[in-house]
Design a binder for this molecule. Sequence first.
Ligand code: SF4
Ligand code: SF4
Length: 469
Amino acid sequence: MIEVVRQAGVVGAGGAGFPTHVKLDVRGNLDTVIVNGAECEPLLRVDQELIKMHAAELVETLALCVSTIGAKRGVFAVKKKNQAACEALSAAIASASMSTSPPNPIQLAILGDYYPAGDEQLLVYEVTGKAVPEGGLPLHVGAVVVNVETLWNIHQAVKGVPVVDTYVTVTGAVRQPITVRAAIGTPVRELIKAAGGISADGDDGSHVGHGDGDGDNTTNNVAIIHGGPMMGSLLATLDTPVSKLTKGLIVLPGDHPLVRKMKQPATAAFSRAASSCCQCRQCTDLCPRYLLGHSLAPHMMMRAAGYGLIGDTTAWTTAFLCSECGVCEHFACTASLSPRLLYKTVKNRLAAAGVKNPHHDADTPRSAIAEHRVPTSRLIWRLGLTAYDVAAPLVEDLDLLLRPAEVRIPLKQNAGAPATPVVQVGEQVERGRVVAEIPSGALGARHHASISGKVTAINAAGEVVISRD
Ligand code: SF4
Ligand code: SF4
């Protein structure tokens, strides 16, 4: 099964895109395979929609993963508030248990509605009661975590279908929020169109009717977040192609406070740390990784940044322990400062300089871990997104999305090395044909044509461009 998963190009959907065949190839003492259905990023709906539509297939595939890896059990972790998804899984698990002997070791763990319930390390603690050590992996405590769409892609791989589509929630200031299945490489513009285009509140009134005439009703007055509002990033252009990692597109007015905050440069965040941090340590007290017992303390880093304490090396190197969840930045800090952005900037600079994470302690979670959880509804309110917290039902077969006129398939859609093209410009390819391979000896994933057509370019941006016949 692992080889089948490798050939199908399955990577962790929505995260950093870690190649799934590597993640599953664990030959050791594995206890639990956890399916992350927490979907804790506000407004995103992919996992719950997939569960509602394909619960039986997902249960069957998790059972296959459990037996392939030699784990003791498989656990779906889903929030209680997603009642329909919980009921669909319960029914599918009961039915699978009745049809196998010994009983199928698949269980359902019900999660509360807090952020970030889907953080891999918090989830492992919630399901197994074990805390992953600093800088460690779930594997260090006998667990492997895959998300719902990844499990669906494994199911497809076993059926012989490679990863050619991705599931995306298109929401925010659009006329019809939806979750769609789009061919990988489809321009974001097409998905916005499928959601009915930008709605009036995505425009401040002065721009109504000033769309650029291509049907998506976009103006310069909106911003698009790629991913979720907490950990996503702003898109530079609507021509950006969706990839295996795209889970959400959130349209917001260009002057929305969240957008303004996301546009803040790191230099400004450092200056504001110096001028405005009162050392209240709310950012630390609510930090999910600190609560897990890890030694990061964002208020100490803010102090080091504010006073230029470059000798306080622990304050800086604990940046490696930050998950970039954004609780400190978007919820905890009443001065609206940005510890997450500073940690991210420092982490990238340390990594670029060849510095490795020196923190590997294993500690017990802090006693306040349950009390200091951030309720999702309050977080959404704090983000100014309550009006956009609506259903986004899955539309499975939108032909427009399955066969766009042109796709641009990124060679880098995974952790590790970019894939190497194995097609030539001018070559005819069928949907599902391999267009890029894992470089020899490298960590990576292969990628496939998502539409049938002709390869028209392998461009400087590292994309295989295919035009539909
Ligand atoms: S919550 Fe804000 S003001 Fe308080 S210590 Fe953290 S960064 Fe400083
Ligand atoms: S982003 Fe902030 S709250 Fe989240 S892990 Fe990093 S320091 Fe902690």
